[in-house]
Design a protein around this ligand. Sequence first.
Ligand SMILES: Nc1ncnc2c1ncn2[C@@H]1O[C@H](COP(=O)(O)OP(=O)(O)OP(=O)(O)O)[C@@H](O)[C@H]1O
Ligand SMILES: [Mg+2]
Length: 388
Amino acid sequence: MKSISVLVIDGDATSRNYLTVMLRKKGYSILLASLGREGLISAWKDQPDFIILDPVLPDMPGLELVNRLRLDRRTTKVPCVALSSREDSQDMNALLSAGCNDYITKSSQALPRLMELIPRLLKGESTAAKKRGILVAFLSAKGGMGTSSLCANIAMCLGSEKIETRVAVMDLVLPIGSIADIVGYEAPLNLVTVAMQNPTHTTADFFKDNLPRVPNWHFHLLAGSPDPESAIQLGKTRAVNRLEGILTAIIESYDYIFVDLGRALSRISLPIIEMADVVVLIVGTDLSSAILTKTVWEYLKNQGIDPRRLYPLQNRAVGLEGLTKIELEQMTGMQVQLTMPYMSGNFTIANNRHEPVIAKFPNDSSTFTLKQAAIQIAELGQQSHGWR
Ligand SMILES: Nc1ncnc2c1ncn2[C@@H]1O[C@H](COP(=O)(O)OP(=O)(O)OP(=O)(O)O)[C@@H](O)[C@H]1O
Ligand SMILES: [Mg+2]
C-alpha cells in the first residue's frame, strides 16, 4: 500500500531534519522544501496528502503560500498546518482565515500535537479553533443616554456599509428590551423564547438560519425580553444562565455581534464585557452621567478590561447645554472618540417610525457621525481581535 506523503516546507534545516526523522518513524513518506516557491511546485506536482509549513520563509510570506495553495484546485483541499516559531495571534488568525487548518507553535508540545492532528485532518475532521465574530458591547453608566438607539443605528450603518458582512444585534437589557420597538420587530422569537428551548437546538447553525433579518435595518436581531413577566420566567427557570451560551453560539455564526447591555453592570453583563472586542461606553453631557461613568470605568479597569478596547461615545441626547468633550474627558479620564450631535425631536421621530436615522435623515450631521462610529468601531474590533 502506498504510504501517506507529507510535504514539509520549512526554511530551517534542523527543523526539516527533525520532522523527517519523526514522521518517517510513524510510517509517513516525506517531501521537503526549504523555500515557499519550491513548496508550491512540489505541492502541485507531487500531490502530497498533507502539508506542514513554517509561515516564516525566506522567499514569501506564509500567508501568500497558504492563499496560493487554497486557490489552486490541486491543493485546495489538502490539509495544511502551520508550524511556527512565533506565537503571533494576528498571524495565526490571518492564516486560519486563509484556509490553513491549524496553527501550532514550535515547542515541546508541537510534535505530539502534530502527530495527533495528521490522522484527524486526513479523515476530514476540522480541528482549528472555531472562527469567531467580533463582539461589540454597548453600555452606559446611566439610563436614558441613547444606548439602545445608538446600538441599533450604528449596527445598521455597519450592515449597510458592508453588505457582505453578517451583523447580529442582541438585546440583553432586562427586564425589558427596547430594540424590537426601535426597529419595529414584532415576531415571537426573542431572548426568552430562545433561552427556554432545549440547548441542543440553539446551536450556531440554528442562529445562522433562524435569527430574523429586520427589513431596512441590515442586521439580524435577537430581540430582548418583551415584558418583565417573561424576564422573571427567565430567572425562575434558571434559563438566565443560558444567555452566555446563546451569545457564544451567535458569535460563531455572525461577523459582528452588537449587544445592548443597557446600564446594568450585572452578573450577566460583566463576563460579556470581558469577552467583548470593543466596549462602547455611551456618556451623556450632564454632570451625573460623567461622574457615574468615571466610577463605572474605574471599576471595569479594576476588573482587567483592556483600555485599548474602550470606545467612549459622547451623546448629546438631551440638548445643546452640558459638558463639552474636553470637560468630559477631564472628568472621566477617558478619551472621547466621537460626539453624537443633538438631534432635538428627530431621533425620537425616527425611532417612533421604526426607521434608521441615516435613512430618515440622510443629510443630517448625525448621519455622518453614525457612519463614522460604525467604521471606527469595526476597525477597533478587527485590531482588538488580533490582540487575543
Ligand atoms: N443625539 C440625540 N439627539 C436627540 N435625541 C436623542 C439622541 N440620542 C438619543 N435620543 C433620544 O433619547 C431617548 C432615549 O434613547 P434610548 O432609549 O436609546 O436610551 P437608553 O440609554 O437605551 O435608555 P434606557 O436606559 O431606557 O435603556 C430616545 O427618545 C431617543 O430618541
Ligand atoms: Mg436602552
